[in-house]
Design a protein around this ligand. Structure first.
Ligand code: SAH
Ligand code: SF4
Ligand code: F3S
Length: 487
């Protein structure tokens, strides 16, 4: 295809002189959903088959939640959901936290082009965190001309409007906004699970950890109004949801800038009161903002699960300061003591980065020391990835690959051994499990989670999905248990 044929334009606002377009949200988006629906209906009639879509999600829970919004809008527009990407509209909701996340997406776009060559109806869209980066939009424009729509994290809610422009003006759309001008509530949404749901409490991040791209692609931290959050969870409960996961890059700083002063601890207490909700989880906590009141609220609220994900990143004070994390090794360890004193059976999980620029063997040994002292239930370990535009990427003292590899392997061995020991301690006990799905490898088994987030597999069928049942944990296989329904 000749690249010059591609007619991209930015910040697409409607060119047609449509006087009836509402100026308020979400009314404006419902207006465009109706418009797209008419186009889809006409196509369905002409083609004699449904139009299908698939949303592929990369990255974190925040993206997973955004994908539910994208799916909700597309279903409302009259599209049918397809199991695979060989369909009429594919959206890649992307992540850019590490370089390999980007590479995965560029690799897969080629596969989509293969489908598109066979299906003239097919549209391809790229949205999410990668789309916020100019290097990515430039590369798409130059080398991936078959991508029809690119939009960012700040205008996910505008999918119907963007799609309408794509159909109406037959142009490629790149609509990426610098910042979020508002939080749009009450748009359609299609949940992946009927019994559990993510709930956004904050968007964006103001912490600017020196290695991290998230504040650049997700914008400034904004908190949703407590009443909007509570109303959403009440509606979810009325709809059969029993577990909610409160979502934010740093939920502990919830409430900044709100008219009604509410802390995250206050919010947890309010959510704990909602009838029908049985389990409350949250992601992620920043150690610098984990207050005593939040620890008290976690201990008091019976529905809050005994699990805390508390990213450590490094155990070296020197590296932590350079990372702009605002805590020390001792501060982290004392937080862990406080939490374990208040909630003795709590599962602690963490994130650790290996090979941050300038990390010496001594710095790494400090990290291992924290791991040895805390004994995490599990830890996500990441090799440092250089993200263009972040302060750490500009440093000249990047750690050589083979040194990183060696440290990574040593760290992994330790965290695995701790995780296994921790898991062994619960073997033989009978504990409540929320069954989530039929096991992917063995259809005679179902899989679920303990309150502390550990995975359990047990014999059972679909009818158990969404139920909390008592399960005897017969054996422990490293990171998961095999069990049976208790008599
Ligand atoms: N807001 C969350 C996590 C966001 S990203 C928090 O602060 O905890 C999830 C994890 O990815 C981080 O905790 C960090 O360990 C890792 N990460 C972020 N940027 C990275 C980078 N450039 N290289 C390697 N790992 C990174
Ligand atoms: Fe990234 Fe730090 Fe914000 Fe987490 S708190 S998203 S690691 S900048
Ligand atoms: Fe990735 Fe964006 Fe989440 S960069 S980790 S999907 S906020």
């Amino acid at each position: 295809m000749d690249r010059s044929e591609n007619n991209y334009y930015y910040n697409g606002s409607l060119s047609a002189a449509e006087s009836d377009v509402p100026l308020t949200e979400p009314e404006r988006q419902y207006f465009f959903m109706d418009k797209v629906k008419k186009i889809v209906e006409n196509k369905v009639r002409d083609l004699g088959r449904p139009l299908t879509f698939h949303v592929t999600t990369f990255g974190c829970q925040m993206n997973a939640r955004d994908s539910e919004k994208l799916r909700g809008i597309l279903l409302r527009c009259g599209y049918e959901e397809s199991e695979d990407e060989d369909c009429d509209l594919v959206l890649y909701n992307t992540c850019t936290v590490r370089e390999n996340a980007d590479n995965k997406v560029f690799g897969r776009l080629g596969v989509l082009y293969g489908y598109k060559k066979k299906n003239p109806e097919m549209l391809i869209g790229l949205c999410g965190c990668m789309a916020q980066e100019e290097v990515v939009t430039d590369r798409i424009r130059k080398s991936y001309p078959y991508v029809d729509m690119v939009f960012g994290t700040h205008n996910v809610y505008m999918l119907a409007e963007i799609l309408y422009q794509r159909f109406d003006e037959n142009k490629h759309i790149v609509d990426v906004r610098e910042s979020a001008d508002r939080i749009v509530e009450n748009l359609p949404l299609e949940r992946k699970y009927f019994f559990k749901s993510g709930v956004n409490v904050t968007f964006g991040c103001d912490n600017f950890c020196s290695y991290c791209i998230v504040p650049y692609v997700r914008g400034r931290e904004r908190s949703r109004r407590p009443s909007d959050i509570i109303d959403e969870i009440k509606r979810l409960a009325a709809d059969g949801v029993i577990e909610v996961m409160l979502l934010g890059q740093n939920v502990n700083s919830y409430g900044k800038g709100l008219e009604e002063k509410t802390s995250f601890a206050d919010l947890l207490r309010q959510v704990n009161e909602i009838d029908g909700i049985e389990r409350i989880r949250f992601m992620t906590s920043h150690p610098k903002d984990l207050s005593d009141d939040l620890i008290r609220a976690m201990a008091e609220c019976d529905k809050v699960c005994p699990h805390l994900h508390l990213p450590l990143q490094s155990g070296s004070d020197r590296i932590l300061a350079d990372m702009n994390r605002h805590y020390t090794k001792e501060k982290y360890l004392s937080l862990v003591d406080k939490i374990r004193n208040a909630i003795p059976d709590i599962a602690l999980t963490t994130d650790i980065i290996v090979g941050y620029p300038g990390e010496s063997e001594q710095d790494f040994i400090e990290t291992l020391d924290v791991v040895d002292r805390v004994k995490f239930d599990s830890a996500f370990t990441f090799i440092y990835s250089k993200r263009t535009g972040t302060p750490a990427a500009r440093r000249s003292d990047q750690v050589p690959e083979e040194v990183i590899k060696d440290r990574f392997d040593r760290l992994l061995t330790r965290v695995r051994a701790d995780g296994e020991k921790k898991a062994m301690a619960l073997t033989g006990k009978t504990l409540p499990v929320l069954v989530e799905e039929v096991n992917k490898q063995d259809e005679h088994l179902v899989s679920g989670r303990l309150a502390n987030n550990s995975v359990v597999h047990l014999p059972g069928d679909e009818s158990l999905i969404g139920k909390i049942i008592n399960v005897k944990l017969d054996s422990c296989k490293g990171f998961y248990y095999l069990g049976n329904i208790a008599e």
